[in-house]
Design a binder for this molecule. Structure first.
Ligand SMILES: [Zn+2]
Length: 78
């Protein structure tokens, strides 16, 4: 089962709205217009962005991380 939703975040390459997709062991941020995409394992999000003392997920920092990876890809491909 996959989860997919449009975001208000825009593509660093073409400016279209990005889609957040969750499938299997991955969370993917991608642009349906230009095909720019980045995927990371959910385990990485659990390791980097969950505060286990308080049992909270810092989703905005997880999304920032994904977006920074995507921006890196957008500039690297030029
Ligand atoms: Zn794009």
């Amino acid at each position: 089962m996959a989860f997919e939703i449009k975001l208000t975040l825009t593509c660093p390459r073409c400016g279209s709205r990005l889609t957040l997709r969750e499938y299997g062991k991955y969370v993917q941020l991608y642009c349906s217009e230009c095909g720019l995409s980045v995927a990371i394992r959910k385990r990485v999000i659990l390791m980097r962005h969950v505060n286990y003392d308080e049992e909270v997920l810092d989703w905005s920092s997880a999304l920032d991380f994904l977006y920074s990876l995507l921006k890196g890809k957008a500039t690297a491909s030029y």
